[in-house]
Design a protein around this ligand. Structure first.
Ligand code: ATP
Length: 340
């Protein structure tokens, strides 16, 4: 594999306290991020994601160990050179006055032009490309103050793209966005990594989206350990659940999501039918505390089917006549009756 864009060597991150003691947040970190890949940094609140992000971007000193960018120690790279290698998108709303979208994106060219520098043709092309890639060119003339949070976030990403760095670090880029905008940002970042060979690291609390979109996960635990792997490996080997599960909240390997319902079911039923109908029926049953058995030897069998857009659930209790219902609400009512 080619040289990593960013690499950490026995890195410890954390804080020097007043009494000269150190608060170690992450330790023995040997991480690599390569061009063309998108990595999601996940972990519960307080695990140390922001601390690691800040350390990797040079905003905070390392406790021990080092960070290298394109093979050069971060501590030896001056601010101007660093800005040509690394761009950072933070969650905090940065006040950019009443600048237009295009003017904000053009700020990404400062590492090449200086504060008062005039944009060259190349600079203008890079700004144009960044606006197109993030689909922000349609509102290029609008003032930043008039944008929605999602539009604003895309503009901040465009500014980072205009900076034309191999490495882009984003701290919770999808915070405050609605679901479609979160999906859009994740897809955009993944495309940028693949199509434009960017190395992208983003911290996020979007577990579902990270599982789907990340090439690899960096999973920080509360004890300072960090595990690395493809999302599917981390689910299958249990590390994903291990980092997030709490009493009353567990990861369901069958659905790929967290469940908020109790572990010990009050009843077990057999369920069959087309996959998507089984999926949503199971969700409703789980909420009732009813599990779906992997065998058919149950006192209640449910079959769900769909004909010409009409969905029917057929309940077959072993002791009574079978009955039909045409909604999940009806199904739950019948099951409650059956169990009472
Ligand atoms: N300036 C500081 N001095 C000392 N400790 C700090 C400082 N800032 C953060 N911490 C501690 O470092 C630990 C990691 O915090 P950090 O903000 O990096 O976690 P995080 O994973 O980003 O959390 P969240 O998901 O809630 O944003 C926490 O225990 C926090 O209290």
């Amino acid at each position: 594999m080619n040289q990593p864009v960013i690499k950490t060597i026995d890195l410890s991150v954390g804080y020097r306290l007043k009494n000269k003691a150190a608060k170690i947040v992450g330790t023995s970190l040997n991480l690599e991020l390569h061009k063309g890949e998108m990595v999601c940094l996940l972990g519960p609140n307080g695990a140390g994601k922001s601390t690691l992000m800040r350390t990797l971007s040079g905003l905070q000193p390392t406790l021990t160990g080092s960070v290298e960018i394109n093979g050069i120690p971060l501590s030896t790279i001056d601010a101007a050179a660093l800005a040509r290698q690394l761009s950072l998108v933070l969650t905090e709303r940065i006040e950019v006055g009443n600048l237009s979208v295009q003017e904000v994106v053009a700020l990404g060219r400062i590492p090449y032009t200086g504060w008062l520098g005039k944009l060259s043709d190349t600079d203008k092309q890079k700004v144009e490309w960044a606006l197109e890639a993030t689909e922000t060119s349609v509102f290029r003339s609008q003032k930043m103050n008039n944008l929605s949070d999602g539009e604003r976030q895309k503009v901040m990403l465009a500014r980072a793209l205009a900076q034309d760095t191999d490495l882009i670090l984003l701290d919770e880029p999808t915070a405050h966005l609605d679901l479609p905008s979160r999906v859009e940002i994740m897809q955009l970042l993944h495309n940028l990594a693949r199509q434009h060979q960017k190395a992208i690291l983003l911290s996020t609390h979007e577990l579902d989206l990270a599982l789907q979109a990340a090439d690899r996960l960096w999973l920080m635990k509360k004890n300072g350990a960090l595990m690395v792997g493809t999302p599917e490996d981390m689910v299958l080997n249990g590390s994903f659940e291990d980092a997030f599960a709490r009493p009353g909240f567990y990861f369901d390997k069958n659905s790929g999501g967290f469940n908020i319902h109790r572990h010990s079911p009050i009843a077990e039923v057999a369920l069959s039918g087309p996959q998507h109908l089984v999926f949503w029926t199971r969700r409703a049953l789980q909420r009732e505390g009813i599990s779906v058995a992997s065998h058919s030897d149950c006192s209640l069998q449910i079959t769900v089917s769909e004909k010409q857009d009409h969905i029917t659930w057929k309940l077959m209790p072993d002791s009574k006549d079978s009955l039909h219902t045409t909604s999940i609400a009806g199904l739950l009512m019948e099951i409650r009756r059956f169990l009472s």
